[in-house]
Each structure stands twice: as structure tokens, then as C-alpha cells.
Design a protein around this ligand. Structure first.
Ligand SMILES: CC(C)(COP(=O)(O)OP(=O)(O)OC[C@H]1O[C@@H](n2cnc3c(N)ncnc32)[C@H](O)[C@@H]1OP(=O)(O)O)[C@@H](O)C(=O)NCCC(=O)NCCSC(=O)C[C@H](O)C(=O)O
Ligand code: MG
Length: 294
């Protein structure tokens, strides 16, 4: 399967026509056209119509197009699905998933609403129950009818529902972030970190992007265009990392190393698992380079 960079994932309120228009030219990898938290109750219908029209119109280029619906337990969720499922969005994002069965039910509703087969499903991981059930929610991907291919952390709702504070370094949330990450990886899912609310605190944002990258997230969800550049930089492999990865690959490709499981390069022990990691890193770097050259 082709590797898809998902470094920067920008939310925009579906009610904000200007933001929807800008989405076609901003240098993010993914756009989330939101009908849920970013949209006030009185604007839900306008947002639904605007987002459906924007997705049908297209023009998003390389950007993956995600639509976040309201929950099916709200007054808007089913109408959102009826309007958005047939549009051909790349992904439908389901908020406040609690258990794997929520995704089985969503998968059935999405198929019944005539979503094309290519439309995938991502789950917001943002409730206390989701943290307790992360493994079972990710395992729902084994049932292909759920279409589940990704998790998105919802750290604002997690703070609201648990009382945990959002503090630098995120110590109160690290266990949930890493458990969700392990669950996602156990079932081959993409996983994106939550948002950084302090738009004006650029240093804090850069620090949290670096931490999220170290934790293993594919990318970070964003709320403002000013966050895209620093986020892309944080989640792009550094030149030095790519060069080292190419060195590892070349070393294992040498005939004298063909039968070896571990070798020494420049004073470091390197195993075949490192060669696998190196190939993945180079593939991501190449995909980013191809995107930026286009
Ligand atoms: C936070 C904002 C309301 C700030 O908006 P504003 O004051 O208008 O910002 P600026 O004046 O700095 O905007 C400058 C230009 O950039 C455009 N803009 C701003 N934000 C976006 C955006 N998200 N996408 C696209 N374009 C954007 C403005 O239109 C200006 O353009 P121009 O007219 O050409 O100068 C606003 O940034 C915003 O609404 N952000 C998104 C909020 C959101 O989506 N929230 C929901 C997701 S967060 C969440 O809760 C995740 C999860 O569920 C959880 O629980 O954690
Ligand atoms: Mg939320």
C-alpha cells in the first residue's frame, strides 16, 4: 500500500466558508471539515450543506479530505451522514467512540447511506470509556465492514470528561496517549495526536510536536494555519536521519551481509529490524519530497 504522509491535519469549522475555501491551498496533508465541536447548534445545517458542497466540488489536490460528523446520539448525526456519506470524502470521522460496537453500527449506517467503498472511517479517541477500551476499539478494524483505518486523539474532550489538566509535557495524559497508540499499531491503524490550543505559544507548540513525534504519532491535529509549517517540519524525517537510514539499507544489501541478522556500522549495532524501520522512514521521506516537488 502507498505510504501517505499525515503530518499536519487541520480542523476547520464547516460553518466557516472562508476557511473551507482556504483549505484547498494550505500546505497541510489532511483537512478535517468539521460539523461537530467547532460548529454552534444554530449553524449545524448551514455547515452540513457547505461541507457537502465543498467535498463534491473537490479541488483539494493531495490533501486527504476528512469530514467529522456529529454523534449518532445527537439531533444532527443521522442527517450529517445522509448528506455526507455519498460525497466521496476520503474519511468519515466518528466522534466520541466508546466501544468497538459503535464502529460496527457506524459501518452499517455508512454503507446504508451509500458511501463509496473507498471512504474509510476514523475514530475520535476522546472519552474515558474509549481509553479503557482502546484495544477492543482498534480490533474493530478486523471487521472490514467497519472501514476503520485510523484514530484521532481528542485531548480537549478527554480533559473535559476526566478532569485531567492539559499541561506542558502532558504527564496526566501520557498513559492514554501511549495506550491508544499501542492499540492503533497493534491493528495497523494510523494515529494522530490531539490539538494545541495556545495558538500564540509557538515554542510550546514546537515542543509538543517533537514529543508527539517521539511518541510515535503519524502527525498532529491542528486548529490554525500558522501551525502547519512547524508541524510539517517536526514530522518530516531530518536529512541526517534519512542519510543514516540509507546507510543501513545499503549495508544490509551487501552480499557479505546477506546471511547476517546483526552487523556493526560506524560503532553501532544494527539489526534487520532497523533495516525495516529504515525502509519505512525512507519511503515517508520520499513521499514528502514528491509532494513538495509537485
Ligand atoms: C481559533 C479560530 C476561531 C481563530 O480564528 P480567527 O480569529 O479568525 O483567526 P485568524 O484571524 O488568526 O485567522 C487568520 C486567517 O486564517 C484563517 N483560518 C483560521 N483558522 C483556520 C482554520 N482552522 N482553517 C482554515 N483557515 C483558517 C482565517 O479565516 C483567516 O483567513 P483570512 O481571512 O484569509 O485572513 C480558528 O482558527 C478556528 O476556528 N480554528 C478551528 C477550530 C476547530 O475546528 N475546533 C474543533 C477541533 S479542536 C477539538 O476539539 C478536537 C477534539 O474533538 C478534542 O476534543 O480535542
Ligand atoms: Mg472532541
Amino acid at each position: 500500500m502507498a505510504i501517505r504522509p499525515r503530518r499536519s491535519v487541520l480542523y476547520m469549522p464547516g460553518s466557516n466558508a472562508r476557511a473551507l475555501d482556504k483549505a484547498r491551498s494550505l500546505p497541510c496533508d489532511v483537512v478535517i471539515l468539521d460539523l461537530e465541536d467547532a460548529v454552534a447548534p444554530d449553524a449545524k445545517q448551514v455547515a452540513r450543506e457547505q461541507v457537502a458542497a465543498a467535498v463534491r466540488q473537490g479541488g483539494f489536490g493531495h490533501r486527504e479530505v476528512v469530514v467529522r460528523l456529529n454523534g449518532f446520539d445527537t439531533a444532527w448525526g443521522h442527517d450529517d451522514l445522509a448528506a455526507l456519506a455519498p460525497t466521496g470524502a476520503d474519511v468519515i470521522l466518528i466522534p466520541k467512540v466508546n466501544v468497538g460496537a459503535d464502529l460496527v453500527a457506524a459501518g452499517k449506517a455508512i454503507a446504508a447511506a451509500s458511501a463509496p467503498e473507498r471512504t474509510a472511517v476514523w475514530a475520535m479517541m476522546e472519552t474515558p470509556l474509549a481509553m479503557l477500551n482502546a484495544g477492543a476499539i482498534a480490533a474493530a478494524a478486523k471487521d472490514r465492514s467497519t472501514r476503520l483505518t485510523g484514530f484521532v486523539m481528542g485531548t480537549n474532550d478527554l480533559a473535559k470528561e476526566t478532569g485531567a489538566r492539559i499541561v506542558p509535557g502532558r504527564a496526566p495524559m501520557n498513559a492514554w496517549l501511549m495506550t491508544s497508540l499501542a492499540a492503533a499499531r497493534a491493528h495497523g491503524l494510523a494515529i494522530l495526536d490531539g490539538v494545541w490550543n495556545e495558538i500564540g505559544d509557538e515554542a510550546g507548540f514546537a515542543r509538543e510536536c517533537a514529543e508527539a513525534r517521539d511518541m510515535g504519532f503519524d502527525g498532529k491535529t491542528l486548529i490554525h494555519p500558522s501551525q502547519i509549517g512547524p508541524c510539517n517540519a517536526a514530522f518530516s524525517p531530518a536529512e541526517k536521519e534519512v542519510a543514516w537510514a540509507r546507510t543501513i539499507i545499503a549495508a544490509f544489501d551487501l552480499p557479505e551481509n546477506a546471511a547476517k541478522g546483526a552487523i556493526q556500522i560506524e560503532g553501532r549495532m544494527v539489526e534487520r529490524l532497523h533495516a525495516e524501520m529504515a525502509r519505512k522512514l525512507v519511503a515517508i521521506a520520499d513521499a514528502i519530497a514528491a509532494r513538495e516537488a509537485a
